[in-house]
Each structure stands twice: as structure tokens, then as C-alpha cells.
Design a protein around this ligand. Structure first.
Ligand SMILES: [Zn+2]
Length: 401
């Protein structure tokens, strides 16, 4: 079925609701929106809403994860740190299979040789990580990641505090050097930070993005103003912050029949868990930071930090829907939450071929029952999914391991 028309569905084009209009797809591309196409196979979208394929802007992924993500309407995952030995072959697979969500990745990130996330990766069998401990080693670090296919460069400034740990952190001078070298090679720098102090440091060093909200204490107006003035975008990852602070967001999601139908018991157990390493009140700090950034007009992107099995409170695909719900609880309108998982990540990551429903773009499409522009929880009622115009199977992933 190369030429088809989704008819009778409400369309949210990534920016706004268009009402009920026909969307025509040929050869993997959207060719018309709101036209009166003829000679195509008709797909009945009555009672449903057609969305651009969803983007999860913060994951750590693999083949099983990308398969699961797609069954939940997530057509692109932005990986935020993976081992190149696994990411390079995975990207080959993604290019060949329409059953996997698409992926972008920074390869490994720059961290202190004994820093985060090594304390979480014991037993993962990682090869030695490339590092830079002096500014004159940074160009080679950045070149190395680009040679591995990095779409952007990741740095990690984490003292372990929110994990109830104490870890050596990356020198701020190395973050600034990474920004210089990455920008000279046309790559953005994305910073893992979780505290007000480390976020301030990273923004002062010139990074383009914070891959988490800061939530160790109430935010400062100064930091929010600094982020807005610098045009930095933020991926709040309320999902992982809920897990770290013991909020039962994952548990609620794991109880949803629409999630249970598609996920193996081991993944459901993992999703229902929580790190619980920070005080519960810190989740309130995160929501306050979110509201302040939103009021300041900062671009905010929906991302979950879904990772490997055993990272509690998150699961690929399902958690993105939980993140949208948390964003709405944090003050977003449903349409703003939908933009945060479609057009906004496409714009900020230069993914010009997706994130909206418009002629010429990839036919990455997610059809959901109901109307998520009114009730955000309807995004989980996935009826059909297309990646590049090819319909994806929505049956659950085969393996639980
Ligand atoms: Zn992460």
C-alpha cells in the first residue's frame, strides 16, 4: 500500500489542530493535507486523531527498545548516550527495518573517568570509555564521537547528589572546550545536569541544551533568565525525576491496560519501580522549574530517559505518554505537550523531514483514538502507526530479556 489517504480523522499537524482533513501519503511521504485525493486506498480515521510520529527526546536505546517504542507511536528516539559498539550496528538495522523507531545519538558522552554514569553501568560489560581530562584532548574526543556517527555531543556534569552518591565531576573548563570544538564542527552540545549549580555551570560554559530539569532545590530566577537569554532548550525528563524522587508515575503507567497489552512482565515490573534516591518534595522543585522555564518562553522537549531493563520507572514508548501527562500536570496545555514531542524537537534537532504533518515530509504518523488535544491521556490509545509510510505492527515485543 504505497498510496493511501487517512480520512475522517482530526489532524494535529505538530503545531495546531486542523480539524477533520484528509492526509494523503505516497512513496513514504505526505503529499497532501486537506486535499481531495482520488485513486488511493482509504483508511478510515473516524473517531481518531492523526499526529506526527512522536519523538522521545531522551532515551538510551537498543533494538528491542526501538521496536517497543514504535508500537507506542514513537517513531524517533533521540538517544542521549550509548556505547558505539552497539549503536553503530543498531543504526544499520534501523536504516533497513520499518519495525524499529528511527534513532539519533551522541555515541558516548564526556564525563569524568570515574564519574556518572559509570556507577550505574557496573556489570553492563562496557568497553573502556574514551575520555578527555585536559582541554587539549577535547578536539580528539569530539572528532572521535563524530567518527562514530554522533549527531550531537553529550557532556555529563553530575556530582551524584540526587542519586544519594558522591562522584567526581567534569571540570567546567572541559565543558567550555567541548562547546568550542563541537560548534566548530557544527554539532550541538547537550549537557546532563540535575542540580541548579551544575545547570548554571553548563549554561555558563555555552551548552545548547540541558537534558534534564534541575530539581535538587528551588530554582533561581537568575538561572531561568540565563537559559532563556542564551536560547538553551531543556528536556525536562519528568519521568526519570519522578522515579528518582519516588513519585509513582511509572507504577500508574504500568497499571494501564493499554500499556499492559504491549509489554512483557519483566518490563512492566521495571516500569512500576522507582529509584527513590531523592526526597519526594524534590519533584515539586522540578515542577516549579518547569513552570518558570515555560513562563520564560524556553523550548521544552518531551523526553523520558527510558534506558535498559532494570532502570526503574521508565519503559520505551509507554513512558513518553506518561511524560506528556506529567507535562500537562505541570501546566502545559495538551497541545503544548503534543508540540513538545513533535514540532519542537524536530526544530531544535534539525530534523527537518519530520515532526509535522505537511506536504513533502516523511509519513511518520500516529493515529490515536479520541482527541489528545483535549484529553492528553488519549495518546496512549494508539490505533495505527506508520514509519516512513510503512505501517508498523503493534503487537508486543517478543523477548523480555
Ligand atoms: Zn539519560
Amino acid at each position: 500500500m504505497d498510496h493511501f489517504v487517512i480520512t475522517g480523522a482530526r489532524v494535529f499537524d505538530g503545531e495546531d489542530s486542523l480539524g477533520v482533513v484528509d492526509v494523503e501519503v505516497t512513496g513514504g511521504r505526505i503529499v497532501s493535507v486537506g486535499g481531495r485525493p482520488e485513486g488511493a486506498e482509504l483508511i478510515d480515521g473516524a473517531g481518531a486523531t492523526l499526529l506526527p510520529g512522536l519523538v522521545d527526546s531522551h532515551t538510551h536505546t537498543d533494538e528491542e527498545a526501538l521496536r517497543q517504542a514504535l508500537t507506542f507511536g514513537v517513531t524517533t528516539e533521540l538517544d542521549m548516550l550509548s556505547i558505539p559498539d552497539r549503536m553503530i550496528p543498531l543504526r544499520r538495522l534501523v536504516a533497513e527495518s520499518s519495525e524499529l523507531a528511527d534513532v539519533r545519538s551522541p555515541s558516548v558522552g564526556l564525563t569524568h573517568p570515574d564519574g556518572h554514569p559509570h556507577q550505574l553501568r557496573k556489570g553492563e560489560g562496557d568497553p573502556p570509555w574514551p575520555v578527555a581530562t585536559r582541554a587539549d584532548e577535547v578536539p580528539a574526543f569530539v572528532e572521535g564521537r563524530i567518527a562514530e556517527g554522533a549527531d550531537y555531543i553529550k557532556v555529563l556534569v553530575e556530582d551524584g547528589h540526587v542519586f544519594g552518591d558522591s562522584l567526581p565531576t567534569l571540570d567546567p573548563g572541559l565543558v567550555a572546550a567541548t562547546v568550542r570544538e563541537a560548534h566548530a564542527r557544527d554539532r550541538m552540545v547537550l549537557a546532563h545536569t540535575m542540580t541548579v549549580a551544575s545547570a548554571t555551570q553548563a549554561v555558563d560554559a555555552g551548552v545548547d541544551c540541558l537534558t534534564h530539569l534541575f530539581f535538587d532545590r528551588p530554582h533561581t530566577d537568575e538561572l531561568v533568565e540565563k537559559i532563556a537569554a542564551a536560547g538553551v532548550f531543556v528536556i525536562p525528563t519528568l519521568t526519570v525525576i519522578a522515579s528518582i524522587t519516588g513519585e509513582p508515575a511509572g507504577e500508574q503507567l504500568a497499571a494501564d491496560p493499554r500499556v499492559r497489552a504491549k509489554m512483557t512482565p519483566v518490563w512492566l515490573d521495571s516500569l512500576a519501580g522507582a529509584f527513590g534516591a531523592s526526597p519526594r518534595e524534590s519533584f515539586g522543585f522540578a515542577l516549579d522549574s518547569l513552570a518558570a522555564l515555560r513562563a520564560a518562553g524556553v523550548d521544552l522537549l518531551a523526553g523520558t530517559d527510558a534506558a535498559h531493563l532494570g532502570a526503574p520507572g521508565m519503559a520505551h514508548g509507554a513512558s513518553l505518554h506518561g511524560e506528556l501527562r506529567l507535562l500537562v500536570e505541570g501546566g502545559f496545555t495538551p497541545s503544548e505537550a503534543l508540540r513538545a514531542t513533535t514540532s519542537v524537537p524536530a526544530r531544535r534537532f534539525g530534523l527537518d523531514d519530520r515532526g509535522r504533518i505537511a506536504p513533502g515530509l516523511r509519513a511518520d504518523l500516529t493515529l490515536v483514538d479520541g482527541d489528545p488535544t483535549v484529553a492528553i491521556e488519549d495518546t496512549l490509545s494508539v490505533r495505527r502507526v506508520w514509519r516512513g509510510g510503512t505501517e508498523a505492527s503493534l503487537t508486543p515485543a517478543a523477548s523480555g530479556a
